[in-house]
Design a protein around this ligand. Structure first.
Ligand code: B12
Ligand code: SF4
Ligand code: SF4
Length: 366
């Protein structure tokens, strides 16, 4: 049977979940997405939210589609950077090393098997034409967790999802009836209280979104950013179905904050070009590293952060001003006073005044 052979191919390529579902529309999903968009819960997300009707009905893009062959690719064992207290930044496990390479290799191998037999195929993973988790749940690959992650038996949330869309009439799998039961561990584990109801994340509060979004990170979330450079794994780390696999996982110390703040655009793109970086510009990485520096407050970081007050990018000057406010030393106070004499941009000036106001409220800061 072709289905079973495709499953073998998936397993050989490191997949931990496999299932086949129809290419029929996901009933009610477009309405859910539109309501999240209209109520603000989806923030300014583009991707699938640009056209919810298309994302919940793959035949709008690929009218010949009959089946979705959906896989979960496990990426946890040797990925991710650890939380340490030595002025380093942390990268979420899915992004450290680009697990999408393994996922795409598995999907391409499945697609090749189908095209060899004369079928039409399209590989979709993280694509605006399909809500990957909806496919995974309907294909029985996993179940919908309260964190909104799809959980897979044995590995919990530590998977990426993708599908091969095909015109082949493959045998179907059915959705699992597993659920989180009485567990709610991810909800208090979220540092910004972004999980607002079962399976619903308020994207405006989610660090995974804020750290990849362009522009200013709202001040109320900057302390919660902690040492994160990209992505957030807290609701995944808390998830009991993923604990067993996490125990065996290794993680290495992330790059130093100094390295991120001192690297050229080219170096940052070479190392982190697989991250989602708006307009392919690494400014958000420097912005995030400035916040990490302000949270870390190690002495050796202070002159580098102060140097950023002279950066040509207002976004980086603004976040540097916030970070300097966290240092609160004599030299940082002096740098803000001097900065205010030269700074013309109102957005940066207001961050500088906020730093000064914080020192007035808490004169003993450092
Ligand atoms: C937008 C997006 C985000 C946004 C918003 C996430 C969110 N929770 O809403 C942000 C930037 C915050 C984000 C963060 C992360 N993301 Co993301 N993201 C996406 C993206 C591009 C689109 C998701 C989407 O449109 N969802 C629409 C909502 C409504 O659906 P959903 O929650 O995804 O899925 C459920 C519903 O569809 C529901 N459903 C189905 N039919 C119906 C019908 C009705 C009536 C109802 C009520 C529900 C329902 O079942 C689905 C399964 O649970 C997908 C890729 C893709 N093309 O799908 C990746 C994806 C969801 N992300 C992924 C990952 C890995 C992450 C992070 C873990 C990365 C990190 N470490 O930082 C975090 C996790 C944060 C979290 N708790 O969700 C993986 C998830 C894998 C998994 N095991 O679930 C995906 C699938 C990418 C991939 N190809 O693997 N992400
Ligand atoms: S990814 Fe982080 S911020 Fe987003 S819901 Fe999960 S724990 Fe909360
Ligand atoms: S932590 Fe518990 S409630 Fe949250 S997704 Fe995992 S199993 Fe479900």
């Amino acid at each position: 049977m072709i289905r079973d052979h495709l499953q073998e191919i998936a397993l050989e390529h490191g997949c931990v979940g496999f299932g086949v579902t129809t290419a029929d529309p996901f009933e009610g999903l477009a309405a859910v997405m539109e309501s999240r968009r209209d109520t603000g819960l989806a923030s300014t997300l583009a991707f699938t939210y640009r056209d919810p009707a298309a994302a919940s009905d793959v035949r709008r893009s690929l009218p010949w589609a009959e089946r979705l062959v959906t896989v979960a690719y496990g990426y946890q064992p040797d990925a991710g950077t650890a939380a340490v207290d030595t002025a380093t930044v942390r990268i979420a496990r899915f992004a450290d090393g680009d697990a999408y390479i393994g996922l795409r290799a598995a999907l391409d191998a499945i697609a090749a098997h189908l095209t060899d037999r004369g079928h039409r195929v399209a590989v979709l993973a993280d694509d605006s034409r399909l809500v990957d988790r909806a496919a995974a749940v309907r294909a029985g690959v996993g179940w919908w967790g309260k964190s909104s992650m799809v959980l897979v038996s044995g590995v919990g949330p530590w998977v990426l999802i993708g599908s091969v869309v095909t015109d082949a009439s493959l045998d179907l799998d059915t959705a699992t009836d597993r659920s989180c039961g009485s567990c709610v561990a991810c909800i208090p584990a979220c540092p910004t209280n972004a999980i607002v109801a079962d399976g619903i994340v308020d994207v405006r509060r989610c660090l995974a979104h804020l750290l990849q979004a362009p522009g200013v990170i709202p001040v109320e979330f900057r302390t919660a950013v902690g040492d994160r450079l990209y992505g957030c794994d807290d609701c995944l780390t808390a998830c009991p179905p993923g604990k067993r696999i996490l125990t065996g996982a290794s993680s290495v110390e992330g790059p130093s904050i100094v390295r991120v703040l001192s690297a050229s655009d080219r170096e940052l793109l070479e190392t982190y070009g697989h991250f989602y970086l708006p307009s392919r510009r690494p400014r958000i990485l420097r912005r995030n590293a400035l916040i990490a520096a302000g949270n870390d407050r190690s002495e050796h970081l202070e002159p580098i952060v102060i140097g950023y007050l002279g950066h040509p990018d207002w976004l980086l000057r603004a976040h540097a001003a916030w970070a300097i406010g966290k240092f609160g030393t004599e030299s940082s106070r002096a740098s803000i006073e001097m900065g205010l004499q030269d700074e013309d941009d109102g957005r940066v000036r207001s961050e500088m005044f906020a730093a000064k106001a914080r020192w007035q409220i808490d004169p003993g800061l450092r």
